[in-house]
Structures are given as structure tokens and as C-alpha cells.
Design a protein around this ligand. Structure first.
Ligand code: SF4
Ligand code: SF4
Length: 75
């Protein structure tokens, strides 16, 4: 599977730090609200390099998980 990021919707506070600091513009702010009323970030694959910037920028522990390409190919 290609590099990707999982966002735990319920943990996100919609601060946009991950979105603004992603060098590949692979994160966007969704239009839906989570249970706390925040427009949570969503991952869109635009060549994510698994650099981890989003993870390190996020003030919410557990909101972002970066998954690096396992090298096996496929979806
Ligand atoms: S790991 Fe890097 S490239 Fe991938 S979404 Fe996060 S900041 Fe963007
Ligand atoms: S940095 Fe964290 S809390 Fe802020 S929008 Fe991104 S996932 Fe949500």
C-alpha cells in the first residue's frame, strides 16, 4: 500500500496545522463536523511521502497516524 495517513476523526480539532504544513498538499479540511463540532482533516492522496510533518505538527495525540509504504505495491 502506498504511503498514507489515517485521521482519527473524533480526535481532530480542525486547527489546520497538518493541512498547512503538508508539503504534498495531501491533507484537506473536510466539510463534515465530528462529534465535537470540528471540521476534521481528511487525507487525499497527492503523493504523500510519509515525511511525518503532519504527525509532528498535530497538537492532538492520536489524531494522525502515518503509514509508510510497505514496498509490496498494490492498493
Ligand atoms: S506524511 Fe508528510 S506528505 Fe504525508 S500527509 Fe503527512 S505531511 Fe503530507
Ligand atoms: S493538526 Fe491535528 S487537530 Fe489540527 S487539523 Fe490536523 S489532524 Fe486535526
Amino acid at each position: 500500500m502506498a504511503n498514507h495517513v489515517e485521521i482519527a476523526d473524533g480526535q481532530c480539532k480542525g486547527c489546520r496545522l497538518c493541512i498547512e504544513n503538508c508539503p504534498t498538499h495531501s491533507l484537506v479540511q473536510g466539510s463534515q463536523l465530528n462529534k465535537s463540532g470540528y471540521q476534521y482533516a481528511k487525507f487525499e492522496q497527492h503523493g504523500c511521502t510519509a515525511c511525518g510533518f503532519c504527525y509532528y505538527m498535530c497538537p492532538e495525540p492520536g489524531a494522525i497516524t502515518v503509514i509508510k509504504d510497505d514496498g509490496k505495491g498494490g492498493a
